[in-house]
Design a protein around this ligand. Sequence first.
Ligand SMILES: [Zn+2]
Length: 192
Amino acid sequence: MSATDDHESMREQALATVREAFTAAGADHHVMGLDPGAEQSEPLAIGEFRSFAESIWSAERRVEYLMISEVHRLPAHVQNWFADSAAAARWFTVPNWFDGNDLIGPRLVAYIDVKAEGLRRLVALHEIAHLLVDSETVRCGHGSRWIEAYRSLMRKYLPPGVQAIWDRTFAETSNEVAERVAADPLWLAHLL
Ligand SMILES: [Zn+2]
């Protein structure tokens, strides 16, 4: 493969990643806008968001420590990483974890960082789905593995019907994105 082909395939990959993220975010926004007072969309206090996320985490039998932080409390340079996403999730090995008494060496920790507008049950499940399919070194983005994990969480932990509404909205958003790309092949590139 030539350097140009390599560059081209990296660009294709970047565009596919942006397209998946854009479609997922579009479906989430639409679902939360349909019924803003409903269980999945209702604004939560940070404490409520944290206990909801922790209850799902243990129901999924995860034993790793789940750390939930509000983005506005993070250092300013870290806040810039979030750009326009309402929340983000990642795995990270803390080199020397303090368990409250002692430093106990390396510990793999699951992190969710959330902005005020992301304090909703649907967003908690979106981020937990990332943690369920990602590892510290491999991130699946918003591809098929993440979609399956997210749909399964919606089915288990939100009122009946929410997942079906999300599915329909996701399909509609995918079609809209396909139409925009067909009309303007460079449209996605503007989002890079
Ligand atoms: Zn996401």
